[in-house]
Design a protein around this ligand. Structure first.
Ligand SMILES: [Zn+2]
Length: 399
């Protein structure tokens, strides 16, 4: 997954790969039913859309909604689903289209410009979920709402149907673990610990001056203080295991060196090269490898695009050297979130200075990526914990 410094985002694989005390966000908005208040910017196009659309076939209704700016599509689907003119036979297609967007937002991700009633969303999704043959998007959207709202009793049959239909889907497996042990209290001393190996891949002398061992030690501390739950609880621990300065790579034949300085970054090609690398100075197979590189593929020197990849639980991160010291949008925790299997999320209408979830990305089209200073939600934490276990096994950190 990748994202740009100025919010130019083109993630390649958006689907199956799937805090410290941060102020300003309530843990749940579920306790009190709120009116749907998608506000004035939404109503004009929505009104036009629906007055013309009641008898339309679902495909053309969906096509019209999909042409709206993304932040307007959820309320448009919301209204379409509440429209008594929507034929029962057309409802599943519209619900699925709605769920594809709904699964990327949550009240826990930040304060949206216009709030929504997640209880009404859950009710609509629940009513439309076919337990015998659940639609994957409907199942994800519904399970996420229920896990984030800590509604375990309601989540159990949903996650169970999801897992039966998609037995290898990581989200189904992660949320199934949550159903068995929700809100598992972690003793800080027993958190899984992940060793980090930093490797300076860039030839840029300025970057090499900045990316010292001491700075990489500091990066571990940054991750330990930012890779956290919404309530500030730590989820895993990171420790510095190794550091390879660029000067030590002089004789390495690893092809990974090609990606140190602004070469076109193709995620699949990089993964192949990484997995084939046998040089322990470049890749420590028993650690999460973090490559300090210089990205300038799209925006010249200002490009600080970074990348994090789970890579079948052999995760790595490419961190632009100008992102060191957590200078922009909480890059370290964001990329590590991808490394633990998380995808981008959105906060409708968010501005650059707004508090947002760590995984928020402007590339999803809901709004700005914001500050990314809000910790992970319960549904995200369940995915992190699930992959933490798999990653620890894959890296040989436990039997
Ligand atoms: Zn990203």
């Amino acid at each position: 997954m990748r994202h740009g410094p100025f919010e130019v985002v083109r993630d390649k694989n958006p689907y199956f790969q799937l805090s410290p005390k941060f102020p300003g966000v309530a843990m749940s908005t579920c306790a009190k039913t709120r009116r749907i208040v998608w506000q004035s910017l939404l109503f004009l196009p929505l009104g036009l859309l629906l007055t013309k659309s009641a008898p339309a076939d679902p495909a053309s209704l969906i096509a019209r909604i999909e042409r709206l700016p993304r932040a307007q599509r959820l309320p448009a689907y919301d209204a379409a689903l509440a429209d008594p003119g929507l034929a029962p036979a057309d409802r599943p297609a519209v619900l699925k289209a709605f769920a594809r967007h709904a699964q990327q937002v949550s009240p826990l991700y930040g304060k949206a410009k216009a709030a929504w009633d997640e209880r009404s969303w859950a009710a609509a999704l629940e009513a439309g979920l076919d337990s015998a043959r659940p639609d994957v998007d409907v199942a994800i959207a519904l399970a996420q709402i229920l896990v984030d709202a800590n509604e375990r009793r309601r989540a159990i049959p949903v996650v169970s149907a999801f897992k039966s239909a998609f037995p290898s889907h990581h989200y189904a497996l992660a949320w199934s673990e949550w159903c068995n042990a929700p809100g598992r209290a972690e003793d800080a001393s027993r958190l899984p610990t992940f060793p980090l190996h930093f490797c300076v891949l860039t030839r840029n002398p300025e970057a090499q001056r900045v990316a010292t061992r001491a700075q990489c030690q500091k990066e571990c501390e940054i991750l330990n203080s930012t890779f956290r739950a919404l309530d500030g609880a730590p989820l895993v621990r990171f420790e510095l295991k190794g550091y390879t300065p660029f000067v030590a790579l002089r004789n390495s034949s690893s092809e990974l060196l090609r990606y140190g300085d602004g070469t076109r970054f193709d995620s699949d090609s990089v993964a192949k090269v990484f997995n084939a690398c046998r040089d322990p100075l470049v890749r420590d197979p028993g650690a999460i490898n973090i490559y300090v590189f210089d990205s300038f593929e799209r925006q010249g020197d200002a490009d600080v695009t970074s990348h994090g990849k789970r890579n079948s639980n052999r995760p790595y991160v490419f961190l632009d050297w100008q992102r060191l010291d957590n200078r922009t949008q909480n890059a370290e925790a964001h990329e590590m979130g991808h490394a633990f299997g998380l995808e981008h999320v959105g906060v409708p209408g968010a501005g650059l200075q707004d508090s947002t979830n760590i995984m928020t990305s402007a590339g999803e089209g809901f709004g700005s990526g914001g500050r990314r200073d809000l910790g992970f939600s319960p549904a995200q934490i369940a995915i992190i914990r699930y992959h933490a276990g798999r990653t620890a096994t894959r890296l040989g950190l436990r039997k």
